[in-house]
Design a binder for this molecule. Structure first.
Ligand code: NAD
Ligand code: UGA
Length: 463
């Protein structure tokens, strides 16, 4: 079947950029991205491309090229489902906050709502694609809902997980390491796989398009994230040992990364990984393993999260200890709030937890982030429910200028590896700070020798 109409439910960090790239690379396909969130859709349609809701380098140009040509953003979910041959489900799958599996299992309520809506609306055969990250065997549940609520039409369910990383989403989508498509082994399943392969073949080489059964595809996504996060927790565990022994984690990381079997990527010690997915997906893996009675497997993966939590609280404890065991009424400046550079996403950012710890110690937190709004910063803290919104607003001041943010501070904590921090006039910052002036580099970003020569007391993670 030649595909000419695609719909994507969910206009978030995955749905928006992924569909923008499909639309740009396949001008013959009409791509409609729909969402319940009218404000988000309005922002995607904003004439001013700097106002689209997701900041990703290069995304504005792609949206500008394809929007209203063959890329559309709309709140009319029914119409888009009705017209499409392929429907991507790209809605959020957060960790459950209630009931069975609370704090571990993936909350599939948004997925189920999509399946029921597709079942109700579809009047001809459709291919339904799981783009969201889902527990292994979710396709079974989607199929059951569709078959039991549908109008007698045929549905094929494919799993096509997304591997893009935020901050590099456009490059990752344009040049993916691989495209993974899982489908049924039946002739209809294979035909559906072929249709989706044809879409990606417009810009991805065929040897990079991998097809598997549905369960392998679903599980590969959780496994890929678990392996990536595991590398960070592994090097972070070593960072603590480095601090005790005089080894330098950057040197250790380089030394082991030159072994081609280990490889050099994802070995940067840090204040801990953040982002919406690593923790959520590992917790999900742990939950699934437990539900099959595989307790050793569950414990093994859970340790990756335990190590990450330890790294975040170790970072704030170190600030407290170094500042003579009190940060009460001291100004501590956070450079960076996003969970990594080149994104305005703050979900699960280490900065949130470090700030929470320090506010508990009565510190005054000043924040500068080039892309995160002050509203978002306060909302993130309020979401933790550690204290009242009024107390958070009193403890945190957000700045639009990094030099103002650092003025009169006792210490600076680097929480995001934004490139611009490296180019600051650090002498000027030093001159305006309380002495001794401390820098706690949670990203191993800055040049220790240069800062120490100015007079800073500089500490990076793992050195
Ligand atoms: P997101 O929260 O940014 O976007 C999800 C969107 O879905 C929201 O705008 C929400 O309003 C919308 N939505 C929810 N239910 C809906 C419904 N019934 N009808 C219409 N719209 C609905 O989430 P995201 O970061 O794009 O993640 C989506 C999925 O992709 C998750 O499963 C995530 O694990 C996975 N993933 C995310 C990333 C990433 O970098 N963020 C990368 C790979 C995979
Ligand atoms: C991650 C994966 O890299 C993507 O492949 C995946 O699609 C995505 O999760 C997802 O499923 O959501 P993302 O979370 O956007 O992407 O960003 P990463 O580059 O993986 O960084 C995650 C966190 O790890 C960040 O806080 C980053 O600063 C931290 N990190 C990364 C380190 O602390 N050290 C490293 O060496 C690398």
């Amino acid at each position: 079947m030649e595909i000419t109409k695609i719909c994507c439910i969910g206009a978030g960090y995955v749905g928006g950029p992924t569909m923008a790239v499909i639309a740009q690379k396949c001008p013959h396909i009409q791509v409609t991205v729909v969402d319940l969130n009218a404000e988000r859709i309005e922002a995607w349609n904003d004439k001013d491309l700097s106002k689209i809701p997701i900041y990703e380098p290069g995304l504005d140009v792609i949206v500008g090229e394809a929007r209203n040509r063959n890329l559309f953003f709309s709140t009319d979910v029914d119409k888009a489902i009705d017209e499409a041959q392929i429907i991507f489900i790209s809605v959020n799958t957060p960790t459950k906050t209630y009931g069975k599996g609370k704090g571990m299992a993936a909350d599939l309520k948004y997925i189920e709502l999509c399946a029921r809506q597709i079942g109700r609306v579809a009047k001809n055969n459709k291919i339904v694609v799981e783009k969201s990250t889902l527990p292994v065997r979710t396709a079974e549940a989607i199929k059951s809902i569709l078959d039991n609520t549908g109008n007698g039409v045929q549905f094929q369910i494919l799993s096509n997980p997304e591997f893009l990383a935020e901050g590099t989403a456009v490059q990752d989508l344009l040049n993916p390491d691989r495209i993974l498509i899982g489908g049924d082994t039946t002739p209809e399943g294979q035909e559906a796989i072929h249709s989706l392969v044809q879409v990606y073949s417009n810009w991805v080489a065929s040897d990079k398009i991998l097809t598997t059964n549905v369960w392998s595809s679903e599980l590969s996504k959780l496994t890929a994230n678990a392996f990536l996060a595991q590398r960070i927790s592994s090097i972070n565990a070593i960072s603590e040992l480095c601090e005790k022994t005089g080894a330098d984690v950057n040197e250790v990381s380089k030394a082991i990364g030159m072994d081609s079997r280990i490889g050099s990527k994802f070995l940067k010690a840090s204040v801990g990984f953040g982002g919406s997915c690593f923790q959520k997906d590992i917790l999900n893996l742990v939950y699934i393993s437990k539900s099959y009675g595989l307790h050793q497997v569950a414990d093994y993966w859970e340790q990756v999260i335990i190590m990450n939590d330890h790294q975040k609280s170790r970072f704030s404890s170190n600030i407290l200890q170094t500042l003579y065991n009190t940060v009460s009424d001291k100004k501590i400046t956070f450079l960076g709030w996003a969970f990594k550079k080149d994104t305005n996403d703050t979900r699960e950012s280490a900065a949130i937890y470090v700030a929470d710890d320090l506010i508990n110690e009565h510190a005054n937190i000043a924040v500068y982030d080039p892309k995160v709004t002050s509203k978002k910063i306060i909302d993130d803290l309020n979401y933790l429910e550690s204290r009242s919104a009024a107390a958070n607003a009193e403890s945190v001041i957000c700045y639009n200028d990094p030099y103002d943010a650092c003025k009169d501070a006792h210490a600076i904590a680097i929480l995001t590896e934004w490139d611009e921090f490296k180019a600051y006039n650090w002498q000027k910052i030093y001159d305006q700070m309380k002495k001794p002036a401390f820098i706690f580099d949670g990203r191993n970003l800055l040049d220790a020798a240069e800062l120490e020569a100015i007079g800073f007391v500089y500490q990076a993670v793992g050195s």
